[in-house]
Design a protein around this ligand. Structure first.
Ligand SMILES: [Fe+2]
Length: 130
């Protein structure tokens, strides 16, 4: 996996999620059709204060908070999942409605770039790096 980031694909029918790691030319399919790649060019769009993931390094773990103002978690509008990668290891956390969008991941290799991704069911994929 390079440092260009991960490619996420979502099925418009069932919401299934695919993560493409090795060959970026492949388009996965689900429910009989090609899946749509989630773009993550939303770094500076409106709404970033409640969507951009914030990566915090701690001694024994890495924490990702979604939004300077934490994103709401209701059945209509929520963060569905958060991903953190150091370029070699990838950790994925699905979020339930009862939890705040604050995730404790393993301690990552912070010598290179860390990237965090958060997916909002309404506002799509958001990416940040540290
Ligand atoms: Fe949102």
């Amino acid at each position: 996996m390079g440092q260009e980031g991960l490619k996420f694909y979502r099925c418009n029918s069932c919401g299934n999620l695919f993560l493409v790691m090795i060959d970026p030319s492949v388009t996965p399919s689900c429910c009989g059709t090609d899946m749509q790649q989630l773009d993550h060019t939303r770094h500076s769009h409106e709404g970033s204060e409640s969507h951009l993931p914030i990566i915090e390094l701690h001694e024994n773990y890495t924490e990702v908070r979604v939004g300077l103002q934490l994103h709401p978690m209701s059945s209509q509008h929520r963060i569905e999942w958060v991903v953190l990668t150091d370029g070699e290891r990838i950790e994925v956390q699905k979020l339930g409605l009862t939890t705040e969008p604050v995730v404790r991941f393993s301690k990552m290799n912070a010598s290179g770039k860390l990237r965090a991704y958060a997916f909002c069911n309404i506002h799509g994929l958001w990416e940040s790096e540290k």
